[in-house]
Design a protein around this ligand. Structure first.
Ligand code: P6P
Length: 357
């Protein structure tokens, strides 16, 4: 009898050792059931994403103690938004982690007007990383959760003029997507089209360790996540939805100002996140290629749904890399409930139009 047999399973060395070896790189190979070149590339790609997450988490953990973490750079990005120090730093981190990788030729980011090309990778790197380096960066200065969102697409053609035009594809073309949530722990959630898997950073190891495999979103949940301060800018259908949840038991409002954190909660507890078109932003605020589409890919892999209110989010083909769309995302039943109010209002408008003399 060895020590492992006598100890309870959860304390057995074999269990602990094997668990600690379920790293991102191993998990990708296991899920692709291959050690071939494409599987190795995807494994290496995800490992680099993990490295970016570790570097960003390290800086965030010292925000307020080190320079270049809090406050603004003084620049305005392509979105017309003031650039936070962490936006800039995190954007540079993703670029740095993919240099000399041979994997990624281009990076398209919320923080860069045009895609960034890594010359040494471009002859052979067939992947493009699209990312929001720090989602919810206004939370950094008040020590609340923020995230990074990433999407991986395969390059189509050689992009000779470096326009990135081939990136203007629907969300079904993504080959991987996910996010890193910088909260009490640093969590990486990803999918390569074979379910959604959750890893937690073990700082003592410096590795993301598998925590949950094949995460499934509840069919319905209590959470509704929307900025009700914009109520005055909303169309009637969203106001109807808001009145409904205000008047029915079983709903709870949660809105952190960081999409990644709000969506992570909904993935576990169920519910719906909504960022609609507003008077100021008729197409909404969230960017399709590196915010909504990767999260829609992930949520649908977890059994959830994502919609613009008019059509499935993953069907949308953008006309430029910073295109925005309204977003309704979460549990199937809760997304359907919000869509039902849109359908009711649309039908009412059509009936009123038909009655006009
Ligand atoms: P508002 C952060 O800037 C972000 O892109 C998302 O992370 C977040 O959900 C949303 O904008 C918050 O926007 O207009 O409610 O402050």
């Amino acid at each position: 009898m060895n020590s492992a047999d006598s100890a309870p399973l959860e304390l057995s060395y074999d269990f602990a050792l094997d668990r600690d070896c379920k790293t991102l790189s191993r998990h990708v190979l296991e899920h692709l059931q291959s050690f071939g070149p494409e599987a190795q590339d995807m494994s290496a790609l995800m490992t680099r994403i993990g490295l970016a997450g570790k570097l960003i988490a390290r800086r965030l953990s010292k925000a307020g103690l080190v320079a270049g973490a809090l406050g603004f750079t003084g620049e305005i990005n392509v979105q017309g938004e003031a650039v936070k120090q962490m936006d800039f730093y995190a954007n540079e981190v993703f670029i740095a982690t993919f240099k000399q990788s041979g994997l990624v030729c281009r990076l398209a980011s919320e923080e860069m007007e045009k895609p960034y090309y890594i010359p040494e990778n471009c002859p052979i790197g067939r992947y493009t990383l699209l990312y929001d380096p720090i989602d919810g960066s206004s939370n950094v200065d008040v020590n609340l959760n923020v995230g990074s969102i990433f999407s991986i697409r395969q390059q189509v053609g050689n992009d000779p003029d470096q326009t990135g035009e081939d990136l203007l594809q629907n969300g079904h073309q993504q080959v991987a997507a996910g996010y890193i949530l910088y909260g009490p722990s640093t969590v990486l959630v990803y999918s390569i089209g074979r379910g959604v898997h959750v890893f937690i950073l073990d700082p003592s190891l410096g590795e993301f360790i598998l925590a949950i495999e094949n995460l499934k979103i509840p069919q319905h949940g209590p959470v509704y996540s929307v900025n009700e301060g914009n109520f005055w800018q909303w169309e009637e259908a969203l106001r109807d939805f808001t009145r409904y949840v205000h008047r029915h038991e079983g709903y709870t409002a949660r809105y952190s100002g960081a999409l990644v954190g709000d969506l992570h909660r909904i993935l576990f507890q169920g519910g719906v996140f909504i960022y609609p078109g507003t008077i100021k932003n008729p197409n909404g605020k969230l960017r399709l290629l590196y915010e909504s589409a990767p999260l829609a890919y992930l949520v649908e892999q977890a059994g959830g749904r994502a919609s613009t209110g008019q059509r499935p989010l993953l069907d949308v083909v953008p006309d430029h890399i910073h295109a925005r769309t309204p977003l309704i995302i979460g549990s199937p039943e809760d997304v359907a409930l919000m869509e039902s109010f849109i359908e009711d209002r649309t039908r009412q408008a059509e009936e009123e139009f038909a009655l006009k003399p």
